[in-house]
Design a protein around this ligand. Structure first.
Ligand SMILES: *[C@@H]1O[C@H](CO)[C@@H](O)[C@H](O)[C@H]1NC(C)=O
Ligand SMILES: *[C@@H]1O[C@H](CO)[C@@H](O)[C@H](O)[C@H]1NC(C)=O
Ligand SMILES: *[C@@H]1O[C@H](CO)[C@@H](O)[C@H](O)[C@H]1NC(C)=O
Ligand SMILES: *[C@@H]1O[C@H](CO)[C@@H](O)[C@H](O)[C@H]1NC(C)=O
Ligand SMILES: *[C@@H]1O[C@H](CO)[C@@H](O)[C@H](O)[C@H]1NC(C)=O
Length: 247
């Protein structure tokens, strides 16, 4: 009678290799890539950290990790782990703005820090891990926000010489919400609203209000960034000849 251990022992080397392959295949099957930050918000001029990790935790020091833009497949950064050789060429717009964060690489956590964020960094990204027998990817969205600094409000004349008040603001991203409010904080419907986007994709907006039917002593122009919830208010005391026009 031949015991199973005998057959294993007689082909010791083959058997050992076979078990190694099984062990590798089973850990790879259970391994997956995750991100703690599926949706990130960063400010223009600030930085963003695109974090990825394998679960269950395990060193990824020898793996290849790539960050890509998933809308245009541009390479943002490549870490080649144990593999030596020529690194992938990051897209020039990312070339000198990234830092690979690997303090916790032994626990399977890595991150890519992108400095000097611009509006063109807004979009979907992917983090891809690749090793012999294992490949997985996780997606994340980076939303970029800009808060306008300049807001001007003044009385002007509309096309048919009617007195109106205009509020002009610029430097926003994404498209802000804008409204007039009276001194009690009630919304006053605007007369016109026009949006422009400059070549760097910042929004410029002009909102007007005809003064003909207004009885307000003052009016406030409110601009809200829908992404961050930040609001800017600019107030104008109306000349008394306009504040008594109702009726
Ligand atoms: C990145 O930095 C290097 C060295 O300072 C420079 O030669 C290269 O032109 C820079 N690349 C970009 C796209 O700015
Ligand atoms: C950030 O980008 C702006 C515009 O591209 C550039 O003028 C500035 O030098 C950059 N700052 C850093 C710290 O890279
Ligand atoms: C993963 O790496 C192997 C070599 O180790 C390569 O042949 C394969 O194309 C890579 N897969 C992806 C999705 O990059
Ligand atoms: C990223 O945004 C797209 C489009 O809005 C959405 O379909 C997707 O679920 C988002 N992904 C994540 C990871 O939040
Ligand atoms: C001003 O009020 C009158 C009467 O209430 C109304 O008919 C008119 O449409 C109003 N005009 C504007 C610009 O709101």
């Amino acid at each position: 009678m031949m015991k199973p251990t005998d057959s294993c022992f007689s082909g010791y080397h083959v058997c050992f290799t076979f078990l190694q392959v099984i062990a590798l295949a089973s850990t790879s099957q259970n391994l997956m890539v995750t991100t703690p930050t599926g949706h990130l918000v960063a400010r223009v001029g600030g930085q963003a950290e695109l974090s990825c990790q394998v679960s269950p935790p395990r060193s990824v020091e020898s793996m290849e990790v790539r960050w890509l833009r998933s809308d245009n497949y541009k390479l943002v950064y490549q870490y080649r782990g144990g593999h030596h050789g020529v690194n992938g060429e990051a897209a020039p717009e990312y070339a000198n703005r990234t830092v690979f964060v690997k303090e916790a690489i032994g626990k399977g956590k890595v991150a890519l820090r992108i400095h000097n964020i611009t509006i063109s960094d807004d979009g979907p990204y992917q983090c891809l891990f690749n090793d012999s027998g294992f490949s997985d990817v996780v997606s994340m969205n980076l939303s970029v926000a800009a808060f306008g600094l300049k807001t001007q409000i003044h009385v002007e004349s509309s096309a048919n010489d009617e007195p109106s008040v205009g509020c002009f603001t610029e430097g926003w991203f994404p498209q802000p919400r804008m409204e007039w409010r009276d001194s009690q904080g009630e919304v006053v419907p605007y007369s016109s609203l026009s949006y422009f986007q400059d070549e760097d994709r910042f929004f410029r907006i002009k909102m007007t209000l005809l003064l003909r039917n207004q009885s307000q002593k003052s009016i406030t122009c409110c601009v809200l960034n829908p992404l961050t919830g930040e609001e800017k208010q600019t107030n104008l005391i109306l000349p008394s000849k306009y504040s008594v026009m109702r009726g």
